[in-house]
Design a protein around this ligand. Structure first.
Ligand SMILES: NC(=O)c1ccc[n+]([C@@H]2O[C@H](COP(=O)([O-])OP(=O)(O)OC[C@H]3O[C@@H](n4cnc5c(N)ncnc54)[C@H](O)[C@@H]3O)[C@@H](O)[C@H]2O)c1
Ligand SMILES: O=C(O)C1=N[C@H](C(=O)O)CCC1
Length: 240
């Protein structure tokens, strides 16, 4: 398959290596010096986009209007999912998005929802999410942490919204789920969900050892998207 890379930073470079290992070719690499308007997007069978929250909607619009299926890894644009879904439908396009492409995190998403449902009848346990990422990360909290929070809110009647926390002690109101975003050098991504009562603490955690899991998942997603029409997520790829 011919893959176009939109974004050639930490993720773009990891995706290039894994795509070549899986027998794909790279048609183009779009970055700040070779921007999207300088490239004919449909040279690639599928484009994979990992850039920045401020750029991603323009990149989606360009891919969909030019008939190029696109896998979106960039985070922090989910409030525009309605606009994006409409665009894809109007153009009979193909788009797959995920806040986290690693198989391990997608298994965590599934377990998180089941645990949230079990904890719904135990309001003594207070839920909290902590995410740790490298200091270059532009968005906070992480897209993965927001997805985990949504999984809890949809399955646990004690929570109706999430709140980004900066202090070490949560200062939330009733029904708010605190998310702590911590930035430390070189951390690829660590997410922990904890439920704490006066008696004990229950935790679920995922620690990425490198960016390879995100990159591999995005290439598998591109392989899945080829020949399909519509909006998909990693749930469709992994058939959870
Ligand atoms: N979904 C996932 O599994 C997952 C995993 C890791 C990262 N991410 C997300 O992916 C995004 C990128 O992460 P990263 O670590 O590779 O970031 P990065 O800063 O290393 O790379 C960003 C890329 O955007 C490019 N860019 C900057 N200006 C541009 C422009 N005008 N036109 C085109 N490209 C431009 C840069 O050149 C660079 O190639 C972030 O939003 C991050 O949260 C998602
Ligand atoms: O390095 C990043 O940036 C990451 N972003 C995603 C997120 O926001 O959840 C996935 C983990 C790595």
């Amino acid at each position: 398959m011919k893959i176009g890379l939109i974004g050639y930073g930490k993720m773009g470079k990891a995706i290039e290596r894994i795509a070549l290992e899986r027998g794909h070719t790279i048609s183009y690499k779009i970055d700040s010096k070779n921007t999207i308007d300088q490239v004919q997007l449909n040279q690639a069978d599928v484009a994979i986009e990992f850039t920045q929250p401020s750029l991603v909607i323009n990149h989606i619009e360009q891919c969909i209007s030019q008939g190029t299926p696109v896998v979106i890894g960039t985070t922090a644009w989910q409030e525009q999912l309605g606009h994006v879904s409409k665009l894809v439908a109007e153009n009979n396009g193909a788009l797959l998005h995920a806040s986290n492409f690693s198989v391990g995190v997608n298994i965590l998403f599934n377990i998180n929802e089941k645990l949230a449902a079990l904890m719904s009848t135990h309001p003594d346990y207070k839920a909290q999410i902590e995410e740790i990422h490298h200091i270059q990360k532009l968005d906070a909290p992480s897209g993965t942490a927001v997805s985990l929070a949504q999984g809890i809110i949809e399955n646990n009647e004690n929570y109706s919204s999430w709140k980004a926390e900066t202090g070490s002690w949560p200062t939330v109101n009733t029904g708010e789920l605190p998310i702590q975003a911590i930035r430390e050098p070189e951390v690829p991504g660590t997410h922990t969900i904890s439920y704490t009562s006066t008696i004990d603490t229950l935790t679920l955690s995922h620690e990425a050892h490198s960016r390879d899991g995100f990159a591999l998942g995005s290439v598998i997603a591109a392989e899945f998207l080829l020949g399909k029409k519509g909006v998909f997520t990693m749930r469709d790829v992994l058939a959870f």
